[in-house]
Design a protein around this ligand. Structure first.
Ligand SMILES: NC(=O)c1ccc[n+]([C@@H]2O[C@H](COP(=O)([O-])OP(=O)(O)OC[C@H]3O[C@@H](n4cnc5c(N)ncnc54)[C@H](OP(=O)(O)O)[C@@H]3O)[C@@H](O)[C@H]2O)c1
Length: 220
């Protein structure tokens, strides 16, 4: 039984990760800004008031951990707004950077000191953050913020390598959630199941890689 710590767990992919992990017997600490009934029904330990876009989440996350050491941390919280050239919403750009890029780094600051050898630190990123895979343009804030978090993850992988902690950047697929307004190729439960399979497979050897939930390695 692993202790798993998840951000943004009240809906979408995060909620399905909680359901699946809790369902297989892991001990899940599900953090969110505000809990949903669906999250409460999972039986996970719910910690509300965790907004990853503010520095104050760091002491709150440490408090939520208490003396415990998570085996797996999943930074799932994210936001998307679609900027188009000529009509950039600068506040939305900054917001995506705060949540998508700095959010996982804040979580790392809070939880990595207590993680043990064999621990796994996972960031749910997006292939939209791949420079090489960008064949359609636009989406400035989301693309930049996810490219940024890819770099955060790669640096973390180097920084915790000597402690035997593996870091991975995972793309969850194109998933039917609020973020995509219900569009997508797969449902959140399928995404969660395959993300968990990738996390189970993760070893130190593959730390610092960027991978699709279907198993493909993605280009930076
Ligand atoms: N859906 C896709 O096709 C897709 C593709 C690639 C990557 N992703 C990534 O997958 C992750 C989950 O996305 P999703 O599709 O499940 O989106 P979603 O349904 O919109 O859920 C987003 C989650 O992030 C939380 N969140 C947003 N801002 C937050 C903040 N400041 N602090 C803490 N939590 C916050 C939300 O909580 P609130 O209810 O409090 O807002 C919600 O739990 C994101 O990182 C996203 O970028 C999704």
């Amino acid at each position: 039984m692993a202790t798993v710590f998840i951000t943004g767990s009240n809906r979408g992919i995060g909620l399905e990760l909680v359901r699946a992990l809790q369902g297989r017997g892991d001990r899940v600490i599900a953090t969110c800004r505000s809990a949903s009934d669906a999250l409460r029904a999972t039986g996970a330990t719910v910690v509300e008031g965790i907004d990853v876009s503010v520095d104050a989440c760091i002491p709150r996350l440490r408090e939520a951990l208490g003396d415990g050491a998570p085996d797996i941390v999943i930074c799932n919280a994210g936001v998307l707004s679609a900027e188009t050239l000529g009509d950039i919403d600068w506040d939305a750009m900054r917001r995506q950077f705060e949540v998508n890029t700095l959010g996982p780094l804040r979580v790392a600051e809070a939880v990595l000191p207590s993680m043990q050898r064999g621990g796994k630190f996972v960031i749910i990123t997006s292939r939209m953050g791949s420079v090489e895979d960008n064949t359609s343009g636009g989406m400035y804030g989301y693309r930049v913020s996810k490219a940024g978090v890819n770099m955060v993850g790669r640096s973390l992988a180097h920084d915790v390598a000597d402690r035997g902690i593996a870091v991975q950047l995972l793309h969850p697929g194109y998933v039917r959630t609020d973020m995509t307004k219900g569009n997508g190729l797969i449902d959140p439960d399928e995404s969660a199941a395959t993300l968990i399979a990738r996390i189970d497979e993760l070893t130190e050897e593959h730390s610092g890689t960027f991978r699709h939930q279907n198993g493909e390695m993605l280009p930076w």
